[in-house]
Write a protein that binds this ligand. Structure first.
Ligand code: SF4
Length: 308
């Protein structure tokens, strides 16, 4: 393992590469990264890097986003199969048909798309949001317009409550956040009566309503950091997030809220990236995210949504 880590560090230096890692990657990968973050922080970081190669340790739509914002850079993803159930739940051709049907019915709307989506879907959108900036972006949609929110119905519901704007919701969800067990959460709350439950807005309403705090991963870090005394946190998001919390705020205790079928809830797509694949992609400079025809349009939507 120490050998593998050293190989990666040497390759990174020799190839003038930078490693960006999402908070849902295994701790050993986050530990090696130049930048760790949520989708918004990493997308913004990708525009600032001075390296020739960006190795994106995350899932496909994230690496695609980094490529769209950096057309001239080589963007690598350790495993090209690292997908996302949310992105898959909204195919571009279905969204296109649905938008046409709404227009034919005389509906005036703007499409607000969660960043967990393909480039082809982003290209059909007016705005792209992350859990970190969604409320601000929704304020930019003119009052007279309806909002079609895709693809996450749980995040959409949460945003309806947070902003007071009614939305047409696409019926997609994240396979990780969808299956937290509310029964186990209630049992944990009895075991830790002074504990604080923090949940991601991709969780269904029955988890959010039993949580003291709901927010994206960056907001979660800020919230946990505001507690000075050692505290028990019950964490309802992808389980690797606890590595990040533990390393930033070691005075607290963190307890994963389990899924209905497993003791903790890890994203199988994120887990496809390993240290070995990270080393190999630096050696081979592949798999690489290739420029696609949809990227140009999607890039314009990304830039006005995330960078302005
Ligand atoms: S945790 Fe959910 S939303 Fe995030 S990459 Fe995995 S499947 Fe997609």
């Amino acid at each position: 393992m120490a050998d593998l880590v050293q190989q990666i560090l040497d390759l990174k230096k020799r190839k003038n590469a930078v490693i960006l890692a999402h908070y849902y990657q295994e701790g050993e990968i986050q530990d090696l990264a130049d930048v760790t973050g949520d989708s918004l922080k990493l997308a913004r970081a990708a525009t600032q890097v001075d390296a020739d190669i960006i190795v994106f340790c995350g899932v496909h739509f994230m690496a695609e986003t980094a490529k769209m914002l950096n057309p001239a850079k080589k963007v690598l993803l350790p495993d090209l199969q690292a997908g996302c159930s949310l992105a898959e739940s909204c195919p571009a051709n279905k969204l296109d048909r649905y938008q046409q049907m709404l227009r034919e019915n005389g509906r005036k709307f703007q499409t607000v798309t969660y960043i967990n989506s393909t480039a082809a879907v982003k290209a059909l959108s007016d705005w792209v949001v992350t859990s970190g900036n969604a409320e601000d972006i929704i304020k930019r949609v003119p009052e007279g317009m309806e909002i079609l929110f895709v693809p996450d119905r749980h995040l959409g519901q949460y945003l309806e409550e947070a902003t007071g704007r009614k939305m047409i919701l696409w019926n997609g969800s994240c396979m990780v956040h969808e299956i937290f067990s509310v029964g186990d959460l209630l049992a944990m709350k009895k075991r830790y009566p002074h504990g604080v439950t923090v949940a991601h807005p991709e969780c269904p309403a029955n988890i959010r309503e039993h949580s003291e705090f709901v927010g994206g991963t960056e907001a979660m870090i800020r919230h946990v950091g505001s507690f000075k005394e050692p505290t028990d946190f019950l964490v309802a998001t992808e389980a690797n997030m606890m590595w990040q919390l533990q390393s930033k705020f070691p005075q607290h205790r963190y307890h994963p809220v389990p899924g209905i079928s497993c003791a903790c809830n890890k994203c199988p797509h994120m887990a496809l990236n390993t240290l070995e694949k990270l080393r190999d992609c630096l050696v081979n400079e592949a798999p690489e995210i290739e420029w696609q025809p949809d990227f140009e349009t999607a890039r314009g939507v990304l830039e006005r949504s995330l960078l302005k």
